[in-house]
Design a protein around this ligand. Structure first.
Ligand code: UD1
Ligand code: UDP
Length: 409
């Protein structure tokens, strides 16, 4: 089975890396990786750390790209590639422009799509924007819906997706996280070099790890977030590390407002290993990221989610994540509350709500199973076609061409 994975951004690469590795290791899978490179540097950082090489690189990122400009470039380029590479199945991840456009391009060409991280919903098209629309469309046109949690499956069932098409696998972020933690734990030299890079971690103060990049917070939202962070940094017992997203809509205002704040360290985006190290050392995580919410909870960390709504409510229900929006008063008051909770208390909470670290092999096993079914169906179809042809020949009629069904692969 020729499986083409298409990824464009940092989180897609992090969450697809274990799937790509599992595909490569499977004897019956021919794995092909295509990058739209919706992100460039941040994507390359991930591929390097996971030692993954792409087969095709469309290299489409432009500075300050627009959603429509990027979409039209992906449509054009991916269509040509689909025509020449002829994959049996295309895998996309999550809710990015890359996933949305690729899935629709496959639909136009009758190529089955597998959606990794299917079924996440806020039911508000403006939050997150435009991701809520993207993921709904990807789900609509997909043949394989790999839902990370039972709740995601229920969301899909409520939209009348057939249960045969939904496979609850866990979220592949847990596979990646565990892989990185094991890599760090097994390498004392690496631990030393990571520790040396962040001398601030030896200050005895509590590490507050921050990320933020959502479109719906551009402008006033980021100003409020920065106000909250500078108030938190007034405490003498904390150090804030904020790896800044390369989007100028994020990096410019945050640098302007927090560039000189004491105990706030604005740094370039780190590679995934470094970020996992920082996460594991954090006392509190403050973020609007989807992936970071899942990782923080999976490590038993308290996380303040700077959004009004989340499509990942499992962490909130578990009691480790807290929705705080972008209101500085709410962010600060929740921070004061959670920073006092001990690590031991947090660690007692269920940290496995997003998966058990075996999502990637489950996804590949489902694809392999479908191939087995396809082969069996093909044999049965041939047998029954022979039978029908025999009957038609007897009746002196021509056989009608079989109707395409997108679910039957
Ligand atoms: C995209 C995804 C979002 C995901 C996020 C992960 C969409 C609609 N949004 O948002 O769901 O959470 O990625 O980070 O797909 N840039 C660089 N170098 C990079 C990456 C970005 O310079 O390596 C700058 C460029 O100026 C680029 C801009 O960031 O034009 C925005 O990138 P884009 O992918 O359009 O949007 P994100 O906000 O990153
Ligand atoms: N991440 C990283 N380096 C950083 C910040 C984040 O490797 O400096 C990782 C993080 O561990 C998580 C992913 O990037 O797995 C999240 O990506 P992002 O927040 O850009 O996107 P989202 O998850 O919100 O779609």
């Amino acid at each position: 089975m020729r499986v083409m994975s298409v990824v464009g951004t940092r989180p897609e690469a992090i969450k697809m890396a274990p799937v790509i590795k599992a595909l490569q290791a499977h004897p019956n899978m021919n794995s092909v990786l295509c990058l739209t490179a919706q992100h460039r540097e941040m994507l390359d950082q991930v591929l390097e750390i996971f030692a993954i090489k792409a087969d095709f690189d469309l290299d489409l990122m432009q500075p300050s790209q627009t959603l429509n400009g990027l979409s039209s470039r992906i449509f054009q380029s991916i269509d040509e590639l689909l025509a020449s590479a002829k994959p049996d199945v295309v895998l996309v991840h999550g809710d990015t422009t890359t996933a949305f456009v690729t899935s629709v391009a496959c639909f136009h060409r009758n190529i089955p799509v597998g959606h990794v991280e299917a079924g996440l919903r806020t039911y508000d098209l403006s939050r997150p924007f435009p991701e809520e629309m993207n993921r709904r469309i990807v789900d609509l046109v997909s043949t394989f819906l790999f839902a990370p949690t039972e709740r995601a499956k229920q969301n899909l069932l409520a939209e009348r997706v057939s249960s045969d098409e939904i496979h609850v696998t866990g979220n592949t972020i847990v596979d990646s996280l565990r892989f990185m933690i094991a890599k760090i734990d097994d390498d004392p030299e690496l631990q030393l070099s990571l520790a040396e890079r962040f001398t601030v971690l030896t200050s005895g103060r509590k590490l507050v790890l921050v990320t933020g990049h959502r479109r719906e917070s551009f402008g006033p939202g980021f100003e409020r977030i920065c106000q909250a962070l500078s108030r938190i940094a007034e405490r003498s017992d904390v150090e804030l590390i904020y790896p800044l997203h390369l989007n100028p809509n994020v990096s410019k205002p945050v640098n302007n407002i927090l560039g000189r704040a004491r105990r706030v360290h604005l740094i370039p985006p780190t590679d995934y290993m470094t970020f996992v190290h920082l996460l594991s050392r954090a006392a509190v995580v403050i973020t609007d990221s989807g992936g970071v919410q899942e990782e923080a909870v999976s490590l038993g960390k308290r996380v303040l989610v700077m959004r009004e709504l989340t499509e990942r409510p499992e962490g909130i229900e578990a009691g480790l994540a807290h929705l705080v929006g972008t209101d500085p008063n709410l962010i600060c008051s929740k921070f004061e509350e959670v920073v006092e909770v001990s690590d031991e208390t947090s660690r007692e909470i269920n940290q496995s709500v997003y998966g058990d670290g075996n999502a990637a092999p489950r996804i590949v096993a489902e694809l392999a199973k479908s191939q087995g079914l396809r082969n069996r169906n093909a044999t049965e179809r041939t047998k029954s076609n022979m039978h029908v042809l025999g009957e038609l020949a007897t009746a002196g009629m021509r056989r009608a061409s079989p109707k395409y069904t997108r679910r039957a692969i």
